[in-house]
Design a binder for this molecule. Structure first.
Ligand code: PMV
Length: 324
């Protein structure tokens, strides 16, 4: 039996979204994206390769997964076994430190932690770029969770250069998020299926990578200027462009719930009172508010009039992958 290795990776929320693949097999995106890694939400994963095992054994939050449910994990382990010339199956124990019912996607932190723990346990010594490319094969957003702070996933041309780079691992100005948990249930249409449908059927999809590329360049300038309002405006507009592709798909769909629109309306109202707050959403109904730590108490006070206090989660920027 090999030594167990434990890695921690934090989740991230995109300010410029990854939406649509040009190569679904290798998970090469149609556009580059940019995210903020979050401090309070992370996954700890321990991997042990052992010649005593007859198949990969995966448990998440104490639940043993079936062979079918652990297929995506085993696919990533297969890649690692190939690279490391490792014959053994692995035991994978993963714990998500995302407050229960947060409804936040754990695939970013989950696959980043798995890539880090499993590659090291298999005897590979990958640098962060290689880790980022490996995490990408598990889930697109995991590509960015290798680094802390602001991170850019450069779409590249193929497997060899589609990877994340850190833009600012330690952020030197006041920015954070408030997650409004509206619906903790698993999403109705997984991001994978949603992306595939919009790429194949939305007449607006071709405009998306063009717009996202422009938005990304503007976002990098806004970050350099430490301009919270500009960052928020760009993130909000970019998220809405992404969601417009779902409404225009065949058959059409949306990740919004009625409460999502209520939250949007509320945030716009808060902004009209002079508070700097902006919204973004991923492939689910929950709303993430981009704001400063300084104004968080005032924003929280207003949000608490509409949402239960335990559905409002404050998240500071967080670090990249670490071995425990
Ligand atoms: O990594 P995936 O396959 O769950 O895709 C994530 C896609 C979005 O969350 C909607 C956007 C993003 O860039 O994270």
């Amino acid at each position: 039996m090999n030594q167990p290795v434990t890695a921690r990776a934090h989740t991230n929320i995109a300010l410029i979204k990854y939406w649509g693949k040009s190569d679904p097999e290798l998970i090469i995106p149609q556009n580059s994206s940019l995210s903020l890694t979050l401090e309070p939400f992370y996954t700890d994963t321990t991997v042990t390769f052992s010649n005593q095992l007859t198949r990969d054994q995966v448990s998440i939050d104490g639940q043993q997964l079936t062979v079918a449910a652990s297929q995506r994990v085993s696919q990533l382990l297969n890649l690692i076994r190939q690279q490391a010339n490792q014959q053994n199956f692995a035991q994978v124990i993963s714990i998500n430190h995302v407050p229960t019912a947060a409804g936040l996607a754990s695939s970013a932190s989950g696959f980043a932690a798995l890539a880090a723990a499993a590659s090291k346990a298999a005897g590979l010594d990958l640098d962060r770029q290689a880790l980022s490319r490996l995490a990408r094969r598990g889930s697109g957003s995991a590509t960015r969770s290798v680094y802390g702070g602001f991170v850019e996933w450069q779409k590249g041309h193929g497997d060899a250069d589609s990877q994340a780079i850190p833009l600012q691992e330690k952020i030197d100005f006041d920015i954070q998020m408030i997650v409004i948990v509206l619906d903790p249930r698993p999403k109705k249409i997984a991001s994978r299926a949603g992306m595939a449908r919009v790429v194949a059927t939305s007449p607006y999809y071709p405009a998306w990578p063009v717009a996202a590329t422009k938005d990304l360049a503007a976002m990098k300038t806004a970050i350099l200027k430490k301009d919270l309002n500009l960052i928020g405006q760009l993130a909000e507009a970019n998220a809405m462009k992404m969601h417009a592709t779902t409404l225009s798909a065949t058959p059409p769909f949306t990740y919004f719930e009625p409460e999502t629109l209520q939250a949007i309306d509320l945030i716009q109202g808060l902004r009209a009172t002079g508070l700097s707050c902006y919204y973004t959403m991923d492939a689910g109904p929950n709303v993430k508010v981009i704001c400063s730590a300084k104004e968080t108490p005032a924003i929280l006070a207003r949000l608490r009039q509409h949402f239960p206090a335990d559905h409002l989660l404050v998240a500071k920027p967080g670090p990249g992958i670490a071995y425990l």
